[in-house]
Design a protein around this ligand. Sequence first.
Ligand code: SF4
Ligand code: SF4
Length: 542
Amino acid sequence: MIRQLFRFKGGIHPPQHKDRSTRSPIQAAWLPKQLILPLHQHIGESGEPIVAVGDHVLKGQKIARASGYVSASVHASSSGTITAIEELPIPHPSGLSASCIVIDTDGEDRWIEHGPEDIPYTEMDVSHLRNLIRTSGIVGLGGAGFPSSIKLNPAGSKIDTLILNGVECEPYITCDDMLMRERPENIIAGAKIMRHALNARQCLIAIEDNKPEAYTAMIEACKDEDIEVVQVPTLYPQGSEKQLIKVLTGKECPSNGLPFQIGIVVHNVGTAAAVHNAINLGEPLISRIVTVTGDGVAEPCNLEVLLGTPMQALLDQCGGLNSDVDRIIMGGPMMGFAMHSTEIPVIKTTNCILAATESNVTAPSDVMPCIRCGACADVCPVDLLPQQLQWYARSKEFERAQEHNLFDCIECGCCAYVCPSNIPLVHYYRYAKTEIWAQEREKEKADIARQRHEFRQSRIEREKAEKAARLAKKKAAVKKPADGEKDDKQAAIQAALDRAKAKKEAQGVEPKNIENMTPAQQKQIDDANARRQQTDTSEQES
Ligand code: SF4
Ligand code: SF4
């Protein structure tokens, strides 16, 4: 039965330029003298080094472990000595430096002891299978670099369809094409492992119709398998996940949503081959196929490259650069970005090194004002308003850009490709996204600082209240007599005095030393008695 295919909105047909790098088979890249392995070669947290300068390591030995759920391990891609762990330039549009482990290779290329597990993957616990894929450092090799073990864990969602993406729609790039032509059985073996991990009902492999050799090889390899190989008409950017899902199933992935929410998972064919290497051979991800191409390099081809190999070494192996080379791009002319140096290493997401001449790419100096022709909107596969988005990005109206679904933009470059004014539209979207992320990070920091301040204030208030309560309790413990109690006490004292007085009177005690007084002494006593009597009288009157 022929599968019904669907069409996504927009898209373009740029010249392919693929044949120049598919004339010769995949070759092994030379072992470089030095490997530079960035700890961050994927989406998520950087790896954490577990080796020190001076250590001798073997090929396949883990040298950095994943440092979070969304992270990936890094392995030595050849044997040698760790000579540095330091900040070095990595492949990034901004020319960013980041922490790298540097290995001086010893030329022996000696493997660590390795091999598959004793039991077949079909009998393994699925979480153990995913963990093996995780510890093998496998990330999406199609260019995104998302850790594959996470995409194989749909968190309880039922997965109906596993799609292997062999579309490779971007001009110049042919690494997946060559892999499918030469190693289809590895892809199928990986696909079966992935399907088992996802418990997917069906597995489809999509290939554009500009790769007939790859299609034939995959059909042949699948003849005894319950896997469907689907040929799709060539259209850029069909290799983008959501567009491919639409073409194969007619389903739309929700805005800001992920394919597993509609029961679909998409992996690149190269990732499937890496999963086969990890599970069936026990080999972590230490190499990948890289297309070295463009009019700026003498002998374009595909090389199997040890991760960490400086790009210059590959350009040298391909006959060196021509004099009219304009720039070196990692990726293709549509979604790739220019390198600041050829000493930057190949990482897990390096699918292509394009040595571009001016005729291969648009020169930035040709930019003219927007004429509001609307061509950019016509080709946008996500149905955005590229000209409008560009305007908001330029004027830093980031909220408006977000309201216009900036983050749905897949940076495919279709809009910029058709723009008659040569406006580098995608640069504006990347700039706006970077600014928004930076603002969000700042806001997050400010929120954390505010929460800390509020927590501190509430702690101080609480301690104050507790102290006051303690003092009040102490005061209450030193108990004051009640008013009634006070009257009782005074009455008791008065009664005691009265009793003493009465006793004295009853005993008739007379004052001593009053005999034989002189008349003067008697007068003094009489005067005193008279004064006392007068005082008593006035007190009684008052
Ligand atoms: S294609 Fe270029 S010139 Fe035309 S509307 Fe879009 S941005 Fe403006
Ligand atoms: S780069 Fe973004 S805005 Fe431009 S066509 Fe692609 S998805 Fe649309």
